[in-house]
Design a protein around this ligand. Structure first.
Ligand SMILES: [Zn+2]
Ligand SMILES: [Zn+2]
Length: 134
């Protein structure tokens, strides 16, 4: 029984790792499509358990709560065209220490998001520009 639980938990964790970032609804849909015998209650229970164990966490991006696996501290890049979310590495400590110098508050952490065009959308846009020119 315990073993089965662990397996299901691993399935949920693995799915989130594959997806990178996903809303609870999207993760459920993905899991049910891939693994039809997993029940909704099981998915919810395992999401809660993984959250409690701090193996996954909730991040709020543009007003949407999304889940991701807990990993190295990072910021997010969000494509303004297709909405894709990527992790990007930033020197948070440096940013916090610099910002602290100009701030009367005691800063402990920061969440950052960067916006622009992802590599795919940049490529597509360039392709179109070239077409027009030809
Ligand atoms: Zn994009
Ligand atoms: Zn992330």
């Amino acid at each position: 029984m315990l073993r089965r639980m662990t397996t299901q938990k691993r399935i949920v964790y693995q799915a989130l790792e594959d997806l990178g970032h996903a809303s609870v609804e999207f993760l459920i849909e993905y899991l049910r499509r891939k693994n039809e015998q997993i029940s909704l209650a099981t998915i919810y229970r395992n999401i809660q358990a993984l959250l409690a164990e701090q193996k996954i966490k909730i991040v709020n991006l543009r007003g949407n709560d999304v889940l991701e696996t807990v990993k190295e501290d990072h910021a997010h890049f969000i494509c303004e065209q297709c909405g894709s979310i990527e992790d990007i590495i930033v020197d948070k400590e440096k940013i916090i220490s610099r910002t602290s110098k100009n701030c009367i508050h005691q800063i402990k952490n920061c969440d950052m998001a960067f916006y622009g065009l992802c590599r795919n959308c940049t490529k597509n846009r360039k392709g179109k520009e070239n077409e027009v020119r030809l």
